[in-house]
Ligand binder design. Structure first.
Ligand SMILES: Cc1cc2nc3c(=O)[nH]c(=O)nc-3n(C[C@H](O)[C@H](O)[C@H](O)COP(=O)(O)OP(=O)(O)OC[C@H]3O[C@@H](n4cnc5c(N)ncnc54)[C@H](O)[C@@H]3O)c2cc1C
Length: 294
């Protein structure tokens, strides 16, 4: 199907893009990778009169460490994080997540910020940014503000962005302990959205005790969700078999899966338990040097 007619502008500065957004509050839409917006337009679920292509804006590009955070520019592609091996030792969850998203052509065009703003409950980045306790930086004509990722997802396809605001970057806190991470996902077929997914990162101290934990749940509710109880149960613990079993059982307490063609709610809850147990067991092996950190 073809989309409705639309006008197209490609500003080269953030200021210009914000002017266009302000002038077109209802009928203007930002275009990043286009891999969520264009399908929506073709299905006539979205019919913007103006597309504001932000791909030329240098300020929205790049990845850098600053003030205890990794700043991921809004136009960072999924593949930029998949292939950046320098980031892997400190931010292992980024590459582990990126490789699960769709296929290489989508990973080359789709952006982290576009994925977050689209706010699909099955967004792999949404799930991972929860596990990483990230913050979303937002720019508008009146300045910048940061939104904690827990406050960013309001509902399915709905975020806390106000009219005239765009996402300029995502900030991931730099770990203070030793980071270990896994992304687990069950797909109907390779490259598909998750039936169920789980992002898990722990930071451990010199004795292997967990000092910080983050667990995101994918495709089990109206938005990506945080497994709060399981996170709390991990902090202060070593990854013994008993702790892993206990924590894995807690993850689904925070999930709200529904039964559909891809599986029953009960099946999805059990998948979360299995994914958490598998992730933590692999991390325990990694800690003891049985498995190479990739
Ligand atoms: C076949 C297929 C399979 C896919 N599989 C997966 C998958 O397995 N896992 C997964 O997580 N995703 C998947 N996706 C989605 C993909 O990751 C998209 O790239 C992503 O969701 C949107 O990013 P984008 O840059 O393409 O955004 P766009 O499509 O350009 O924009 C999406 C929305 O965000 C807005 N927007 C974009 N950038 C900004 C910004 N900086 N500030 C404010 N608003 C902005 C747009 O206006 C639009 O409303 C898939 C997509 C396709 C087509």
């Amino acid at each position: 199907m073809f989309p409705n007619n639309f006008a197209y502008r490609a500003p080269e500065t953030l200021e210009e893009a914000l002017d266009l957004l302000e002038a077109n509050p209802w009928d203007g839409k930002l275009l990043a990778g286009g891999h969520s917006l264009l399908p929506m337009m073709k299905l006539r679920m979205a019919a913007p009169e103006l597309l504001i292509d932000i791909n030329k804006i240098e300020e929205l590009k790049g990845i850098s460490e600053q003030d205890g955070y990794l700043r991921i520019g809004a136009l960072t592609h999924h593949s930029d994080l998949e292939r950046n091996l320098q980031l892997v030792p400190v931010y292992p969850l980024l590459a582990r997540t990126a490789r699960w998203i769709a296929d290489p052509s989508i990973r080359n065009r789709g952006t982290v910020a576009g994925s977050l703003v689209h706010a699909d409950p099955a967004s792999d980045w949404g799930t991972t940014m929860l596990a990483l306790h990230a913050e979303v930086e937002v720019a508008s004509k009146s300045g910048r503000r940061r939104i904690a990722i827990d406050d960013f997802f309001v509902d399915t396809f709905t975020t806390a962005l106000n009219e005239g605001e765009l996402v300029s970057a995502v900030y991931v806190p730099t770990p203070t302990g030793e980071p270990h991470a896994r992304y687990m996902k069950l797909e109907r077929k390779a490259g598909d959205f998750a039936i169920v997914g789980l992002a898990l990162q722990v930071e451990t101290d010199m004795n292997g005790v967990v000092s910080q934990a983050g667990i995101g749940i994918c495709a089990c509710g109206p938005t990506p969700l945080r497994a709060v109880e399981a996170e709390q149960a991990l902090v202060g613990q070593s990854l013994t078999a008993d702790v892993i079993k206990h924590v894995s059982g807690l993850v689904s307490h925070s999930a709200e899966p529904t039964s559909d063609l891809r599986g029953t709610a009960e099946y999805k809850r059990d998948l979360l338990r299995v994914f958490a147990r598998r992730a933590l067991t692999e991390i325990r092996a990694e800690q003891s040097g049985e498995e190479r950190v990739s």
